[in-house]
Design a protein around this ligand. Sequence first.
Ligand code: FES
Length: 537
Amino acid sequence: MVAVRITGTGHASMRIDTGAGSILTDPWVNPAYFGSWFPFPDNSQLDWETLGQVDYLYVSHLHRDHFDAGHLKRFVSKKAAVLLPEYPTSELEDELRELGFTRFIKTVSNEVIELDGGLKIMVQALTSPTDGPIGDSSLWIEYDGIRVLNQNDARPTDLSIFAELGHVHAHMLQFSGAIWYPMVYELPDSAKTAFGKQKRDRQFDRTWRYIDDLKASWVFPIAGPPCFLDEELWHLNDFGTDEGNIFPDQSEFLKEYAAIGRDNGVVLLPGSVSTLTEETCTTTHPVDDLGEFFANKEQHLREYAERQRPALETLKLSWRHPEIDVLKEMKRRIEPLLEESIYLATGVGGPVRFDLVGYDGESVESVVVDFPGKQVRRYADEKVRYRFRTQRALVEHLLHIEEVDWVNSLFLSCRFSAARIGQYNEFVYAFFKCLSEERLQYAEGWYDEHQRTSDAEDITMGDWVLQRRCPHLKADLTRFGIIDGGTLTCQLHGWKFDLASGRCLTSAGHELRARPKGEPAPVAPADEAAPAPDPVG
Ligand code: FES
């Protein structure tokens, strides 16, 4: 009987074995983001020497819980051909070449390629500045009539392109959180719990929507949650007692999935093996009782933390670089980019303050990135749009390694607290993931092009006529929009809009065009009919 075998290797990683070769995806073992995230469950004890001997390697994107340079270098065969997503910059390819990979299959987004032995693959690359570290992707494969979609943590607006290729047997997708919100915000605990609960519900709603889109035979919850082994971050682990925790684990997924009447979920622990045929999915696990494993999660994490303690302590010591003059270095790195930035700088629209806590845990140096003034300087007692408070050593380290993506390091580490005036502002994070000429130019160009794209088409939903495409990242609101009272929620990222005013309730700017059904469409005066692109997000 024809079969495809999937071995769980932790988080978003899996090894897919077919009669025409094997693919290893996103192997991640070493802690990521300043030692904050570890794979859950522990996958360090797997036989990586053997697992790494594969025909193909797929690294979906450069987030550190998908791209683990040390592990790739040490364990993955350099004979493996890399299935490379079509990204606007060559960073992923460059990083993999640096590690010794030389064979690359450069995919074209949304085009099926047939490899040796009849193995077909398709990689869909998402390329907006808010997708991963500029780019995230999904991998579809077909072997002898069996189809697998590893959507990983990508958020396409639509899965129809995969569905059109035929019935999918296994659908792997993210269901848990992978962000710092709302935990790092300086808010009362009750507010954090309420926001966290909303966020958790939204994550599940989005997951159900994708699952319903594809209607695969089997659904595999993957790509999270991470676990937090440092005592400082221990409270971020979900032990099933905090309804505001945004990192539900696979057992919580199964519970919630059962609550909506579904029973085709398959959990892969590191070392679990699922054998897929067109009709069946048979799974074996490295533990006798999956339920018991999750019931003992706290003990698993305590033992895991104990094993990782020495490595974590060494890592922490490596962050300090007292020789670095932080203000001077931030000026040198950031000011030329501020000077060039039009869309992002205007979108941020105000100063952003970093409070850097010294090694003594008390002294604080305040540095401001002044977007309107295009400079980095000392804080001058002004009102700021965002304030971040973190250890000075972390910023020293970012400057020391010339980190171009502070989202893929500092922010995902959750080792900071934040306060802001007004709404979430995506441009702040877009800017701090673009601290290189190449990335900044790409993001500026992307916003430029998308500001120009017309949103002319209207749809009718309930009692409202509104623009078809979400003002955030253009999701089709006939599929992702839900109206509750006077509020529209786009379920792709959960953004909300007040229909009467068109105001975005989630983020600054991003107005929605909407009017009550039956009310005539406003006629624009001639000189406003074709407005110039508005750089304000
Ligand atoms: S596309 Fe992101 S919320 Fe709509």
